[in-house]
Design a binder for this molecule. Structure first.
Ligand code: NAD
Ligand code: USQ
Length: 417
């Protein structure tokens, strides 16, 4: 099968491209490297060194004899994406190519707008490119469990049957997202559902939970094939952050009461879920939603699990509650259904000491690269103008915000090249 992986230079997109290539798919990755640019802006970096995409692809060919094609451009450029779909003839598009950090989207107005324009426009361009070139292409779109928020009832997979004033209907499950990023995913879902209805497109919207882990069978083959591993307060997700914090002797940063419950899955299961969606495509006109996670954890329970695994390896670990920088329920009911991918054949990797140990092994190897001043959660949801830059950049931004405009200009210039 021929597949475009949009966002194929990212944490999940790059290992996904290799995973599919190894199993005989013809893969083309699309990326404009905006994530690498955002790292430069935020002073953040992957814990594990990541090679340029061109070198990754060359190393993949050297190791496996297989080719992964590359297309370097912005999904916001419709001419580019439409020409690519026309030339590459994909049967499916896996769409990972969005701004994916909730804190980044909550920095200030510019980052909220950037997130929603980047995500909503890129996704709209993809569905138009499908409609215009081959409406039979299956769109496999990465959404998020955070679209649902934390309602006080069970969370269904996409739809809920409601009886109101004596009449019954099956309706999209109510959405209560908790950041401008999570909101962008809701907008995407609505747009995708709409085009399935009006144009008969086929789409799978994967409401994925928080991903953890850094190793797949493919990333292990060569250090040049490693994927990124974020730990900072903007891009790092909670379980990955706790592992790194434990390894460097930093207290585990539990937000508030730590009663926030979320769905989690190992990066290896992400790879397999996409394969399952591709192997079992939606029907023409069908918009389907799978909840893509394997286990639920309460944040405080997760901190305790990581602490126990770390202590077992001889580390000394403290858990510290810090004032929650987000506006979110710190304790709440949470019970989300997630049977559809299991029914298709997913065999989950459950979080165990072995899995935590393998993350610790990677962290030990690279912990000298940790930038200690990037660990704090610097973005507060209650502020409309957070400062996350370094020294003089922050001071200047306080004064007249020119440095942020300068950064925007740099990105625009690199895109035009
Ligand atoms: P990432 O930031 O590591 O990768 C995203 C990639 O997309 C980057 O390489 C970036 O350069 C590229 N990209 C973004 N906008 C683009 C554009 N306009 N044109 C071309 N390329 C663009 O993120 P990730 O962790 O790999 O997440 C991938 C997807 O999975 C995202 O949509 C995210 O919302 C979703 N997701 C991630 C997690 C998680 O825990 N990491 C959980 C649930 C859902
Ligand atoms: N949290 C802490 N301490 C930390 C970091 C986070 O207690 O140091 C808490 C947060 O307050 C939150 C929970 O842990 O309650 C999860 O936070 P996170 O940063 O791990 O995840 P989130 O911001 O929701 O975003 C991540 C990915 C995003 C994806 C989402 C899936 O960055 O792309 O969509 O997970 S979900 O959470 O299911 O919506």
């Amino acid at each position: 099968m021929r597949v475009i992986v949009a966002g194929g230079d990212g944490y999940l997109g790059w290992p996904q491209a290799m995973y599919l290539s190894r199993r005989g798919y013809d893969v083309c990755v699309v990326d404009n490297f905006c994530r690498r640019t955002w790292d430069l802006e935020c002073g953040t970096d992957s814990l594990v060194p990541i090679w340029p995409l061109q070198e990754r692809v060359a190393a993949w060919r050297e190791r496996t004899g297989k080719t992964i094609d590359m297309a370097i451009d912005d999904l916001a450029d419709y001419g580019f994406i439409s020409a690519l779909v026309c030339d590459f003839h994909p049967e499916a598009i896996v769409h990972y190519g969005e701004q994916r950090s909730a804190p980044f989207s909550m920095i200030d107005r510019r980052h909220a707008v950037l997130t929603q324009v980047n995500n909503v426009v890129g996704n709209l361009n993809l569905v138009y490119a499908i409609k215009e070139n081959n409406p039979d292409i299956h769109l496999v779109k990465l959404g998020t469990m955070g679209e649902y928020g934390t309602p006080n009832i069970d969370i269904e997979e996409g739809f809920i049957e409601i009886t109101h004033n004596g009449r019954t209907d099956t309706l999209p499950y109510p959405k209560q997202p908790g950041s401008f990023y999570h909101l962008s995913k809701v907008h995407d879902s609505h747009n995708i559902q709409f085009v399935c209805k009006i144009w008969g497109l086929r789409a799978t919207d994967l409401n994925q939970g928080v991903v953890y882990g850094v190793e797949t069978d493919e990333t292990k083959l060569d250090e040049r094939l490693a994927t990124r591993f974020d730990y900072d307060g903007i891009w790092g997700t909670v379980l990955n952050r706790f592992c790194i914090e434990a390894a460097i002797g930093h207290p585990l940063t539990v937000h508030g009461k730590g009663g926030q419950t979320r769905g989690y899955l190992n990066i290896r299961d992400t790879m397999r879920c996409i394969e399952l969606a591709l192997e079992n495509p939606a029907e023409p006109g069908e918009y389907r939603v799978f909840n893509q996670f394997t286990e639920q954890f309460v944040v405080s329970e997760l901190a305790q699990l990581i602490k126990e695994a770390a202590v077992h390896k001889g580390m000394k670990v403290d858990i510290r509650s810090i004032a929650d920088p987000r506006v979110e329920a710190e304790t709440h009911y949470y019970n989300a259904k997630h049977t559809k991918l299991i029914d298709l054949g997913l065999k989950p990797h459950m979080l165990s000491e072995t899995l935590i140990d393998s993350i610790f092994d990677t962290v030990q190897q690279h912990k000298h690269r940790v930038k200690l001043d990037r660990i704090a959660s610097l973005v507060n949801w209650r502020n409309a103008s957070n400062q996350v830059g370094y020294g003089s950049v922050s001071a200047k931004a306080d004064e007249d915000r020119k440095p942020l405009k300068a950064v925007a200009g740099t990105r625009g210039a690199s895109r035009r090249r």
